[in-house]
Structures are given as structure tokens and as C-alpha cells.
Design a protein around this ligand. Structure first.
Ligand code: ADP
Length: 447
């Protein structure tokens, strides 16, 4: 097992990784930017080291500074968390060259599944259902038109290396498609350093359902069932839950099995999420594979009892997955509310600044994954998420009631947060029924 893990991240996920390491008797080194110098979790780490100023490119995205920090502090592994460098195959490769274990997939496995075009190829071979669309990247406009005529409009142009909901164009007819292929290629090259684009069928109404998987270095891979993350705004998830409500179990079982097979076929080690859209008839189509731990991993932990962050560290150290697939049982229902420092009544305007009052909810089945407290100043530099409230209940109804109760206790001020929005959503009849689609929240916000 590792002696010291360097955490190349910040905020709640840095806190989460410190917690996992401490329980595994692993020392931690936390890197931080000057904007995070007073963050409370730095005190929980065994060592904290400043790697530069606030802008991410000068600190959390600066590979040479992070590697130097790992070398001077004698860290034998790096956990990248999510975002920042977590999905950069180049970073995983540099770690390997420097003989520091990257807690995540090898650059080869990341290349196979992190690239949307490649991932689709592996998915097909593993029996994972994918969207109808182009076989690989589109070279010529005529090729795009041909594929679109075959699958029917609307179609969506996407970047092979895309992420964060960027670089996608929906085309409802041939004229728009012709006008957009070239633009999409240029945009993809500028944004992701890779101009490859592809097209696939665009689904108007869908739910976002994803499967948590984990693989080890001995060729084993299992799934930890699904999550529904359909409550979104601008492609950002707002509420996640597990299991997915009102999904035919036989269907989802097959999808989960295929996801584990996909990860296994790529000789992938570490946590990965296979994301799908599900249509009204409960047909599944793979969107992409996220080659890292996800923000919403706790809902899966709550229903399966598996510590995903610990497992990711253990498999990186060469241990075998200690579970057989059939031992992974679902117990109860979990819901996560992402709490952001934003004013949802003012178009989600960011609300950074000093937290003077902080009262976290508690009690049976309530988990807070957060790095903030009273006296903490939310820096304006980063993502606005200040924590995640995760609740567990015997069933979905009990979980919603518990979330509602916990949100009622939860106080953060004077900065604005999305707590009141979540409290409203827990009372929303459509959410309570289960199965809202990915555009529901935006429609509801427009009133
Ligand atoms: P990113 O890596 O940028 O997040 P994804 O492929 O995961 O890209 O897509 C992000 C979001 O875009 C999805 O959650 C969905 O809302 C929408 N989307 C992507 N592909 C399709 C599609 N074929 N049909 C309908 N919506 C889509």
C-alpha cells in the first residue's frame, strides 16, 4: 500500500480523499493555490504545499508544479480527484514516467475510454448500446449528410475530445448540418486540441442514467449499479439519486453488466462511470465514459456500502477488487443535493464571500461531504459547489422526506446558496413521482 498520497485537487473532493487515506493509514499531502490557503481541510492533511496563485492554470492545472510537489514531499502516488487534471492521459503518463502512481487508469486505458469515438468502438464490441451515428470521426461534410439521412434528424455534432457540455451542435435539418460541421471541427481543435467530431442521433426527451464501475489491475471489473442524474441545468447535474426511479430492473441489470464488460475489455483500472441517455421506452444509448471518480459517487456508496474512493486507491496499489459482482447488493435509496454558492432567484449568480453562519444538518441517514464551515471565505476562482448533502432512506419516499428535513435544518449565510432551490424540488410533485427528463429543471425554472 502507498505511504503518502498527494491530492492534486481542492474543495470537498480533497477532503473526501483525505478521509479515505486516513482510514487506510496513508499519509496525505495537499497542494493548494493562494486562493485556498485558509481552507480547513489543509489542516487534516499531513502536509500542505502551495503550488501557485489562484488561477487554475498556474496551480491545479500546472503539471510540473504538482509533480515537483510530489517529489519534494516524497509522495508515492497522486490522486487527481475530478475535474482539473483527472482526465488528462498526458498527466497519467507523466506520473508513470516519474515513478509516481497515478490513482486512476493507465494512459492507454484512458485513451481508449476517454475519447468518445474510441469509447463507442469498445462499447459496441462489449455489447453496450450506443447512439446510431457515424462510425468514427467525420472527415467530409458529405459523409455527415449521408449518416444524418440514414439515422434521421435531429442529429448532434460532438467533439471526440469534448467535455463539460461544450462543443456540441444540434442540427434539425441538412442546411444547419452543412453549416456546422466545419465550425464544430475548428471549435473542437481550439478548445480541446483535437479537431475530430462525430455525429449521432439527438434525443429530444431523455433521462440521464449512468453506471458506476470499478476495475483492477488483474483484469477484474464490476459495476455498482446505476444513478439517475436527470435533474440538470445547463448540462450540470443538480440532484443525483440511486437507484434510478421507475426503471425496469431486468433492463438496467443488462446495461450494468455491459458497462462492467466494457471497462474490463479496456483493461481499465480504477473507478469509471459509463453514462447513458434513456428514452421514453427505456432504450439506453451510451453518451460517454468518465474515467475518474464522479462528484455523485456518494449516492452509490450509500446504497451499496462500498467506499469507492478507498477502492480506487486500493486497486491503484495493485490490490484485487475484494468483491464478487453478486455480493454488490442495493439497499434502500440515496439522494444527493449539490449545494452551490449561487443565488438561484437571480439566474444562479455566483455568491462567493465569507460564510458567517453555518449549521450543517445531521441525524440518521444524513451525510455531508463539504469542506466549508463558519469563517470560511468561498473564493471566486473555482466551481461554486460548497458541498453535497447526501441522504439515505429505506425507500425513495423516505429518502425524499429525509432530504427535505435535512434541508430545513441546513443554514448557510449571509452568502446565497441553492439550499432553498433543493428544498422546493424535494416538494415538487413531478420529482416525487420519479423520472423527470434532463430538460425538466430548465422548463420549471422558466415557470
Ligand atoms: P460532455 O462530455 O461535454 O459532458 P456528453 O456527451 O456527456 O458531453 O453530453 C452532455 C449532455 O449533452 C448530455 O447530458 C445531454 O444532455 C446532451 N446530449 C449529448 N448527446 C446527446 C444526444 N445524442 N441526444 C440528446 N442529448 C444529448
Amino acid at each position: 500500500m502507498f505511504k503518502r498520497v498527494l491530492i492534486a485537487n481542492r474543495g470537498e473532493i480533497a477532503q473526501r480523499i483525505i478521509r479515505a487515506c486516513r482510514e487506510l493509514d496513508i499519509e496525505t499531502v495537499c497542494v493548494y493555490s493562494t486562493a485556498d490557503k485558509d481552507a480547513p481541510y489543509l489542516r487534516d492533511a499531513d502536509e500542505a504545499i502551495c503550488i501557485g496563485p489562484g488561477p487554475s492554470k498556474d496551480s491545479y492545472l500546472n503539471i510540473s508544479r504538482i509533480i515537483s510537489a510530489a517529489e519534494v514531499t516524497n509522495a508515492d502516488a497522486i490522486h487527481p480527484g475530478y475535474g482539473f487534471l483527472s482526465e488528462r492521459a498526458e498527466f497519467s503518463e507523466i506520473c508513470r514516467d516519474c515513478k509516481i502512481e497515478f490513482i486512476g487508469p493507465s494512459p492507454e486505458a484512458m485513451g481508449k475510454l476517454g475519447d468518445k469515438v474510441e469509447a463507442k468502438r469498445y462499447a459496441k464490441a462489449a455489447g453496450v448500446p450506443v447512439f446510431p451515428g457515424s462510425e468514427g470521426a467525420i472527415e467530409e461534410i458529405e459523409e455527415a449528410v449521408e449518416v444524418a439521412n440514414e439515422i434521421g434528424y435531429p442529429v448532434i455534432i460532438k467533439a471526440a475530445a469534448g467535455g463539460g457540455g461544450r462543443g456540441m451542435r444540434i442540427c434539425r435539418n441538412e442546411a444547419t448540418l452543412r453549416a456546422n460541421v466545419g465550425k464544430a471541427q475548428q471549435e473542437a481543435l481550439a478548445a480541446f486540441g483535437n479537431g475530430a467530431v462525430f455525429i449521432e442521433k439527438f434525443l429530444e426527451h431523455a433521462r440521464h442514467v449512468e453506471v458506476q464501475t470499478i476495475g483492477d489491475k488483474h483484469g477484474n471489473a464490476i459495476h455498482l449499479w446505476e444513478r439517475d442524474c436527470s435533474m440538470q441545468r445547463r448540462h450540470q447535474k443538480v440532484i443525483e439519486e440511486a437507484p434510478g426511479p421507475n426503471i425496469e430492473r431486468k433492463k438496467i441489470e443488462k446495461i450494468c453488466e455491459s458497462a462492467a464488460k466494457l471497462v474490463k475489455s479496456a483493461q481499465y483500472s480504477g473507478a469509471a462511470t459509463v453514462e447513458f441517455l434513456m428514452d421514453d421506452k427505456q432504450n439506453f444509448y451510451m453518451l460517454e465514459v468518465n474515467t475518474r471518480v464522479q462528484v455523485e459517487h456518494p449516492v452509490t456508496e450509500m446504497i451499496t456500502g462500498v467506499d469507492i474512493v478507498k477502492m480506487s486507491i486500493m486497486v491503484a496499489a495493485g490490490e484485487k477488487i475484494p468483491y464478487k459482482q453478486k455480493e454488490i447488493k442495493v439497499h434502500g435509496h440515496a439522494i444527493e443535493c449539490r449545494i452551490c454558492a449561487e443565488d438561484h432567484t437571480k439566474d444562479f449568480r455566483p455568491s462567493a464571500g465569507l460564510i458567517e453562519n453555518y449549521r450543517a444538518p445531521g441525524g440518521l441517514g444524513v451525510r455531508m461531504d463539504s469542506h466549508v464551515c463558519a469563517g470560511y471565505r468561498v473564493p471566486p476562482n473555482y466551481d461554486s459547489m460548497i458541498g453535497k448533502l447526501i441522504v439515505w432512506g429505506e425507500d425513495r419516499e423516505a429518502a425524499i422526506k429525509r432530504a427535505s428535513r435535512a434541508l430545513h435544518e441546513f443554514e448557510v449565510g449571509p452568502i446565497k446558496t441553492t439550499i432553498p432551490l433543493h428544498a422546493e424540488l424535494m416538494n415538487n410533485t413531478d420529482f416525487k413521482k420519479g423520472g423527470v427528463d434532463i430538460h425538466y429543471l430548465e422548463r420549471w425554472l422558466k415557470g
